[in-house]
Write a protein that binds this ligand. Sequence first.
Ligand code: ATP
Ligand code: MG
Length: 571
Amino acid sequence: MPVEEIRKTARKYALQNAIWFNGTANSKAVAGKVIAAFKDKNISPNEIYQISVSACLEVNKIPIGQQIAELEKLAPELLKKEKKERDFTLPELPDAEKGKVVTRFPPEPNGYLHIGHAKAATVDHEYARMYDGKFILRFDDTNPENAHLKFYDAQKEDLRWLGIEWDEEYHTSDNLGKHYKLAEQLIDQEGAYVCKCPPDAVKDGRFHGKECDCRAISTEENLDLWKDMISSSVEGAVLRLKGDMTCVNTAMRDPTLFRIIDKSHPLHGDKYRVWPTYDFAGAVEDSLSGVTHPFRTKEYELRDECYFHLLELLKLRKPHLMEFARLSIEGMPVSKRKIKPLIEKGMVSGYDDIRLPTLRGLEKRGILPEAIKQFVLSQGISKVESSVTFSIVEAFNRKIIDPIAKRYFFVQNPIKLVVEDAPIREKTIRLHPTDEKLGSRIIKTGNTFFVPKEDIEKINIGGIFRLKDLYNVKIKEKNNEIFAEYAGENLIPDSAKIQWTAESFVKMSVFVPGLLYQNGNYNSNSLEKVEGFAEEAVSQLETGEIVQFERFGFVRIEKQNKAIMGFFAHK
Ligand code: ATP
Ligand code: MG
């Protein structure tokens, strides 16, 4: 019976499964494939199952980089297949024709973009590319209270960082003249009216489904009022759609289309005081700019009726409106509205705080744009609202950086170790366990080292451990410092391997982000500062490099003045 053959096959599939699932193979899944491969050979599934379980146990012990390297040798076709299966492709769009699809991403320039915007922008952009269509970047800047000049450019930078380029760009605020004309047309056809009721009365009327007196004003008078509104002699008036005040969908109870906002606009100054609401501007812009498949998040679903009703009244083309679930991540504020107060109250250090899901915060902690893209596409365009854990983003990132990140030693909470009779060495150590091309560094060692206190505490006097990639030492004395002696070169199975730095090292802090919210409450201990010594070669790294501090995790390096610091990405 080909036991050896079964073992080999199990090893292959275990490697493949582990690589798909971030280093850990699932024995059931693997056994299924192996059983299928030997189905004509009359071998007991139970035996195959046992072999698969041990194959998984073995494979799960080795780092993912090594798993990939091994599978590349054993069965490269399984790696290729993996790529295809994990290529998250979006489903076809309804009523879409090649060359004719137009999508848009419509941010309000009132903050930096976060990973939720990345989902929207990526979906819009991908669809335009999928159909050789057009992708428009539209700044929905029709609330001068929110729009700020610096955010137009900042949001463009954020999109470019994500690798998203657009075919056309414009500001909704540039079209206000057109919007005014359409508003006039609506009034003229008795589809809208100027309402001067105080906001509370409007709210009350909506709640009770009651029309107000303003609704009955004549068209001529309405047109005059509208002109007065625009030219600044009226206060506190709004233009409302003549909807249906008793409609079960409350979004249809005469929604506001235009309101007065007496605030200088970053691009238009004081030219306008009457500004369209999202209901009006969103629908009109999607239609006028030729968008065929506008996406919005599901919370707008109730407003769809208003969207189409308005376009119907204005005799404008109706796009194919699409909806997907808003992205939420457990313990993270994925919304500008939630992020802004955190910054204003000093509860985070700024928009690029590494605990935030802003693209700048993610970049700072070493999350790559490609990982964000794969993550958001993996979420798809379903409408089912759910909250995912950030570990999924980490897994995508790890898969990209594990094969390319250089490895260094970092010693957290260091304690001094003096080794008697230590051989003086100039040790060449590879920067990556499987990829030789990444090179190596030379570490000079004498008899003084620094090792992590927590690790040493676990080893008793007389115990032997290995200074990783160097040699063995035996502990003789433990005080404020550790005294030890050289204990040979040969690897001793099961002996602890300990990270170290030689006598020359770089002192540095690594900032480790935690979740900003726990059980819905703000967690003030969510940022940890870990002090430690890194090996000397770390001082040569540049700002922006992402490396792995062995046993500690992936860290993005930043140099500020003379100091070097790290931002923890993930394990
Ligand atoms: P925020 O609460 O972050 O201010 P917003 O919807 O007001 O959200 P906009 O700048 O208006 O922010 O959003 C631009 C686009 O990004 C919109 O199409 C919006 O639906 C989408 N978007 C915003 N947040 C998310 C999210 N968490 N998940 C998916 N899409 C989002
Ligand atoms: Mg908004």
